[in-house]
Every structure is written in C-alpha cells, then in structure tokens.
Design a protein around this ligand. Structure first.
Ligand code: SF4
Ligand code: SF4
Length: 410
C-alpha cells in the first residue's frame, strides 16, 4: 500500500541501478535524422532545440559527470518528452530514459505548490478530500471574480486552473459484472486525475467490457502511475511498487488502461524484483487492444453518420505504437467516416505537465494543432489520452475519447 512517508523528492542512486542498460549517448551518430521530428525544432528552428543537441547535454550529465550551463539546462527543459526522436534514431537512442535519469540528478527540491501537487497526485485519500472544495469553487460563482483578480497568475496557478472541469466526487464501485455471458474478468487502471475528471471514459470502458462479456474489477488501493513524478525528476518507486503489488495479486485475464499517457508509463515499469514487474507488464493491455482482440463476432453497434478525425497522442504513436487499433475499433461503427489528423506526428503541446511548466511553447503547438483541426471539416476529434483531449478541447471543437463514441453506439 502506498504510504506518503515513502515519497522522497529525488531518486537515490540505489534506485537507478535497476534501470535497463541504456545505449550510451556517445552512440549518437550526429546524423540529424531526428531534427524534423522534434516539436521544439519546429517552433524555434535552432540547433540548440534539437534532440541531437540535447543528447550532447545528457552525455555531459550522465557519463562525463560535468555540470551544464543555465542555457543548456533551458534547452534541455524545453523538451516535451514526446519521444518522436526515438522513432527515427538509427542508434536506437533511449532518449526518454536518459532524460529521466538526468532529471533525477538535476532535480531541485520542489516549490511548496509543486510538492503539494505531487503529494495530491500520489495520495488518493488526500485527493478525494480536496475534490469537494474544488467542486464548490467551480459551482459557486467564485471562479470568474478570482480569475479577474489576477491572484491565480501571481500564484502561478492560472494555467492549471484553466484546465479544471467539474470533478466527479462519487467513488467508483469495485466490481462491475458482465451484462452478457461471462467470458472472464479484467482489472481497470483508473489513474489519478482521470478518476475525477474523465469519469465518462472510465464509465464507457466499463460499459464496453461488460457488454462483450467481461467483469470489471477496480482495486481501490491502486494509485497514480508515477509518470508525472518520474518525468520531473522525482521518485516514483513507491507508486510503481504499489501498483505492481496491487494488480499482481488479482486473478484477472488482463490489466487494462484507458489513457495512453499512463499506459506508456505502466508499460515501462521497472523495479528490482524483475519477475514481479514482468508479470505486471505481461498482463497489461491498452483497453482498445483488449476490446479489439475480444470483440464477439455477433456483436454490432448502432450506425453514426458523422466524420471524425483521430488525434494520435505521442504516448500512443511513439511508445505504445498501437494507433492503428483506434481506427480498427471505430470501423465497427457503421456509417462513421474516420480520418487521421494531418499532422499526427507533431506533439500537440500538452505533454503531461509541460503545458503548465512551459505554457508559451505549449500554446504555440496547440495553435498549430487547432488550425489542422479547423481545416479537417469534422464534427469531432478523438484522442486516447486525457491530457491531450483536455488541452485541445475548446468551445469550437470537442475532443473525446474513442471509448465514449463506441459506448454511445451500444
Ligand atoms: S522527446 Fe520530443 S521534444 Fe524532446 S528532443 Fe525528442 S522529439 Fe524533441
Ligand atoms: S537520430 Fe539518433 S543518432 Fe541521429 S542525431 Fe538524432 S539522436 Fe543522434
């Protein structure tokens, strides 16, 4: 069980020993193939804002054990960790893993707000206690006067506050039985933020799994995947160990996740007990892959005469590499026309907490994506990652999880 007392805000050296051996940054051929995949090179067209240049900085930190300049740090921090560079690198550079290790070495003690946010993300009970106050703030009419007062900007909370939607307060049940002849049971990973802010996708997941013959088990003591901690240089070990222990103890056919950002982290879990980590990863599946694999031959959906576009999150394209499953599943809805967004290879700017730490860069990338959405001529956009969907959702275009469209056509 996760104990907040275990949460240390830096990765001790011992914890780094069981990370997979990484190709050395010296293996970089300086070929430049990664340049045009990189969103910061797209924004700044500068050599310092390329993966190749960041690999040199990573080498300094991790292997030469040298200090880096403030400018090098700034260019490193501008990275969105989208991992597009990894997909084209002939040296198979494990860019993200090296980035995480460097961040762990560079991490400063977090500010009071960052510490509070990391603790709330990690600790379910504290989060659940905060949610009623958040719901009151959103429903009370206080939001507009507080925004106008400029207080949120002064506290550095304006970007985070702008993303808030009404949280769902009621806890999920622990067991949802199949609504047709039972074929098996799966455990559902519910995440930290999505549990309160994307309950519609979780409900859709449960409905679909029940409808194809699977009971859904939701272990209460599961926790955050740890991605936000790890990618910002803080220790996620307690969170990782907790999830591995909780899910490995269940007698289920699979452990499924609904949001690809969490799924990417879960799929790369590593702890010193490698057999426990392997057992967890062997049963882990994107819910979309699970649904496609177990879809009954006689199971049909209602038609939907619409044209929609697919946004392919970086975590799906560059880590899970299963974006074709979304198209295959949505093809089960008769009359639905599905197209990819034109620039799916380019990150939308959300990138986990990047939208909060680098709002200007994130907004520039978001604008590029919004232009593409505008010209696509579709009724809605589909994204399998909650962070991207929440970031791209505007009053002009709705961005929904594919599970919601599928469940609505049951
Ligand atoms: S992870 Fe993304 S932003 Fe970072 S260097 Fe690679 S392509 Fe660029
Ligand atoms: S693609 Fe790989 S080998 Fe080539 S410059 Fe980029 S990081 Fe180096």
């Amino acid at each position: 069980m996760f104990d907040p007392a275990d949460m240390v805000f830096a990765i001790p050296d011992d914890d780094l020993t069981y990370y997979s051996p990484l190709p050395e940054t010296a293996d970089c051929l300086s070929c430049g193939l990664c340049l045009h995949t990189c969103p910061t090179f797209t924004l700044f067209a500068s050599q310092e804002e390329t993966p190749r240049s960041r690999v040199r900085t990573l080498r300094k930190i991790l292997f030469d054990k040298q200090s880096i300049s403030a400018t090098e740090r700034e260019h490193l921090d501008n990275c969105l960790q989208c991992r597009a560079c990894e997909t084209v690198c002939p040296s198979k550079m494990s860019y993200a893993a090296q980035f995480d290790q460097a961040q762990a070495q560079l991490a400063q003690p977090p500010s009071l707000f960052a510490k509070l946010a990391l603790t709330l993300i990690a600790h379910k009970t504290w989060r659940s206690r905060l949610m009623p106050s958040l719901a009151f703030y959103l429903r009370s009419g206080l939001q507009q006067p507080i925004r106008r007062s400029g207080l949120l900007k002064k506290l550095g909370l304006a970007e985070a506050e702008a993303l808030l939607t009404n949280p769902v307060l009621k806890p999920l049940a622990t067991h949802y039985p199949s609504t047709r002849r039972k074929l098996g049971q799966v455990a559902l990973f519910t995440g930290c933020i999505t549990e309160h802010f994307d309950r519609a996708s979780l409900h859709a997941a449960i409905q679909l799994l029940n409808a194809i013959g699977y009971d859904v088990i939701i272990p209460l003591s599961q926790g955050c995947c740890g991605a936000i901690h790890q990618h910002n240089g803080f220790n996620a070990t307690a969170l990782i160990k907790n999830n591995i222990a909780i899910f490995n103890a269940l007698n289920v056919d699979a452990v499924v996740f609904t949001t690809t950002g969490c799924g990417a982290m879960l799929s790369e879990y590593e702890i010193e007990d490698t057999s426990a980590a392997d057992k967890f990863k062997q049963r882990l599946q994107d819910i979309l892959d699970f649904l496609l694999e177990h879809w009954p031959d006689d199971f049909t959906l209602k038609p939907l005469a619409e044209k929609i576009a697919i946004h392919e999150p970086c975590s799906q394209r560059n880590v899970l590499k299963n974006q074709q499953t979304v198209y295959a599943l949505l093809a089960k809805i008769p009359a639905l026309e599905v197209i990819p967004l034109a620039d799916n290879a380019l990150c939308c700017g959300a990138a986990g907490t990047y939208q909060l730490t680098h709002p200007e860069n994130a907004q520039q990338l978001c604008k590029l994506k919004q232009q593409v959405i505008k010209t696509a001529g579709v009724t809605q956009v589909i994204s399998s990652n909650y962070a991207c969907a929440a970031f791209l959702n505007t009053e002009h275009n709705s961005v929904t999880h594919p599970l919601q469209i599928l469940a609505q056509q049951l």
